[in-house]
Design a protein around this ligand. Sequence first.
Ligand SMILES: [Zn+2]
Length: 278
Amino acid sequence: MIVDIHTHAFAREHFTDKFLADAQRARADVVKLLFTFEEYIEAMRPVDKAVVFGMKARRTGLYVPNEFIADWVGRAPQKLIGFMSLDPTEEDFMDDFERSYHDLRLRGVKLGPIYAGFDPTDRRLDALYQRCVKFNLPILFHTGTSFVQFGPLAVTRPYLWDEVALRFPDLKIIMAHLAHPWEGECIAVIRKHPNVYADLSALYYRPWQFYNTMVLCQEYGVMHKLLFGSDFPFTTPQSSVEGIRALNRLVEGTNLPRLREDVVEDIIHRDSLALLYA
Ligand SMILES: [Zn+2]
């Protein structure tokens, strides 16, 4: 069983030109951001289940309607789990929540504080957090940095989620990308809160940083809190699996610490959905 906890769906009309230009900073090589449903499904062949979402962030120019995600899921409902995205800077974001949960049947939430420009500890979000606890819906947050010029770093530092989890200990939280490049701070949060996890998506293509992060996770004993994800289309599940398995090769012939290979396989094969919907 392989679950990809972090994949995107969107179309050209959901981006501003500015967002697309900024996205070229995402990786050193060029990212192909636009893709068809068929290309998406082909890329998901190695995984059994994939969580898919858009993003709503008027501030930085990405806005994917939740209906688009519901349609996407409807084309492969046995494989895909749709999360709604919300922009809490919008007055009616809780109406959007209720509609997406009850009518579109989306079963989790994706939020991007750095993209939309809001603080995850803002009391405006309490109503959302309460609803998610009530309905047992996980929230996957983009945490850590991003390529967007007008995304404020002040609202994306991992310690902020400590406060969210202190106030809502039953809320299931996934901190995406281990909050790179503040992975150490992210580990401090996921280690102390039983319902806070981190995903590994889009980290393998910075192998030295990723190796150090994984060694840190091993030393702090948080490998069981890591969820597999790709961040498609920024990477694919196949290249992400290969990238994780390749980490020990970096240190071959040295005395540097190695990752336990059975534990790495446990991460790749973790049933994240069972954890999140327990
Ligand atoms: Zn992402």
